[in-house]
Design a protein around this ligand. Structure first.
Ligand code: NAP
Length: 457
């Protein structure tokens, strides 16, 4: 009876995870999807707590209290802009847990471990350990605790492949000689080092790709854990996580023009020296009243939000400005780049929070043909995602990354605080173009003043 209930809770949890993921594929159903996945997770935890093998509920309660306190504090205090590094830390914790389970299983069963079970434990420890250190480095880079530039050295790829080769040799040796403790720890140590080496050479625009790839690795480590301890819900949830993370990596690669083979082999290090386009013009500072008049009498205005909108928390006031313009008969659209901000869907989340209607959100492919018919494009703290060098300059390190082609609109107004560069650290020729002007200041303050000025125009 108890066993049936556990299996039923696992099945229900798995179905809820799948439905939850389906819900996450559209902003309108995302909240419902998230709730379904949460109920699924609760069911999976309840089912697991009923397992007969549990020997100490005391330790579980202690873990539950500590984990809930840390999780609650993170949810409460971590700002939206720091979510990518927080996600990296979550991957590190999840992957480390998988590794620890693998180590415990190895010692619990020793020489009895053979065949598929040993393969599963090896995968679990290998993927779990490299994801742990890789995610910690990613979190440190994103938080600015480590230099954001690629850290490379001569012979890095040879060194990395040697590490991988030794780890795989140890992997095979453990299968051939059951209970080979030294080989097991050699594999474990190398996996930790390999995780570091995988992420150290990565920087700038490649960071989101590696994040989703680490997410995928963490999921696969969890699936391997499921095989190792015969837990169905872990197998299903881990596989879902692993493959959805992989699909996201592929989509992000496409959005950033990275090749998937580079991602698969982690060979990001060879970023070539970037050469920016020669600047001829001057950056032109705009006057707030002039911009307000331009907006008030435009036929179509496209807002292009970026990371700066997130740091300024300007999403509510940009919605207010859009409503003010619409009341005057202006057509308003929002152009959302897939890697604007610092995490996938960052702009969608913020605009949804501000109740911007989904019908006003346009993806890259939909909005780009519309820019030549747009009177004013207002770039709110975006930089890399509107950098024309990605399209026009093959020597740029972001060459080939699809951009929002605001430079093709009749007029461009860029809201930023000063001469700060974007995530990639590249100069942006857009700011020097004749049809472009800059409105300096924190995006939230500038937009609030624009709302007032448009109302009076
Ligand atoms: P971005 O290139 O990082 O540029 C942000 C701009 O916002 C900066 O030039 C900055 O200039 C301005 N800014 C910052 N705070 C501001 C404020 N309070 N008010 C007004 N402006 C402000 O941003 P993006 O165009 O959104 O591009 C995203 C970049 O992040 C891409 O390179 C992408 O590859 C990378 N990335 C994306 C993800 C993802 O999954 N979405 C994850 C990691 C990395 P000032 O300093 O002069 O104000």
């Amino acid at each position: 009876m108890e066993h049936d209930f556990i299996e039923f809770s696992y099945l229900a949890a798995s179905v809820l995870f799948i439905l939850g993921m389906k819900g996450l594929s559209h902003p309108e159903s995302a909240r419902r999807g998230m709730k379904m996945a949460q109920v699924g997770m609760l069911l999976a935890i309840v089912g697991t707590l009923l397992q007969k093998q549990i020997i100490s509920y005391e330790w579980i309660v202690v873990g539950l209290i500590i984990g809930s306190l840390i999780g609650g504090a993170i949810a409460h205090f971590v700002p939206m802009t720091a979510l990518p590094q927080q996600t990296a830390l979550s991957h590190a914790f999840g992957a480390f847990a998988a590794s620890l389970v693998g180590i415990a299983e190895f010692h619990r069963h020793g020489v009895e471990l053979t065949g598929l079970k040993m393969v599963a434990i090896n995968f679990e420890v290998l993927l779990g350990s490299l994801t742990t250190t890789g995610s910690l480095v990613a979190a440190a880079k994103l938080q600015g605790l480590m230099p954001g530039v690629p850290l490379t050295f001569k012979g890095q790829n040879v060194f990395n492949f040697t590490l991988l080769f030794v780890a795989l040799a140890a992997f095979i040796y453990i299968l051939a000689v059951p209970g080979a403790t030294v080989a097991f720890y050699v594999m474990l140590t190398i996996a930790f080092i390999f995780g570091l080496m995988l992420v150290l050479p990565i920087a700038a625009a490649d960071m989101p790709v590696v994040m989703s790839l680490l997410n995928s690795y963490a999921g696969l480590a969890a699936a391997a854990t499921g095989f190792a301890i015969s837990n169905n819900v872990l197998i299903i949830a881990g596989t879902l996580n692993g493959f959805s993370g992989f699909m996201l990596s592929v989509l992000m690669c496409k959005a950033m023009n990275r090749s998937i083979t580079n991602v698969l082999f982690g060979a990001f290090g060879s970023v070539s020296e970037s050469v920016a386009t020669e600047r001829t013009g001057e950056m032109r500072e705009l006057n707030l009243e002039d911009v307000a008049t331009q907006l008030a009498y435009a036929r179509q205005v496209v807002f292009v939000p970026g990371y700066g909108m997130a740091t300024a928390q300007a999403q509510h006031v940009v919605h207010e400005l859009s409503e003010t313009l619409e009341k005057r008969g202006v057509t308003v659209k929002f152009a959302v780049h897939p890697v604007a901000g610092r995490m996938p869907g960052h702009m969608n989340v913020l605009l949804a929070e501000a109740n911007v209607p989904y019908s006003q959100l346009y993806e890259l492919e939909q909005i780009n043909p519309d820019f030549p018919h747009t009177d004013v494009s207002v770039v709110i703290g975006a930089n890399d995602v509107v950098n024309p060098d990605a399209r026009d300059n093959p020597s740029s390190s972001i060459a080939g990354m699809p951009i929002l082609e605001v430079d093709r609109s009749k007029s461009v107004v860029v809201l930023k605080r000063g001469k700060g560069k974007g995530f990639s650290g590249l100069e942006n020729p857009l700011f020097f173009m004749e049809n472009c002007g800059l409105l300096y200041g924190d995006a939230k303050g500038t937009l609030a003043k624009l709302v007032q000025a448009v109302q009076q125009a």
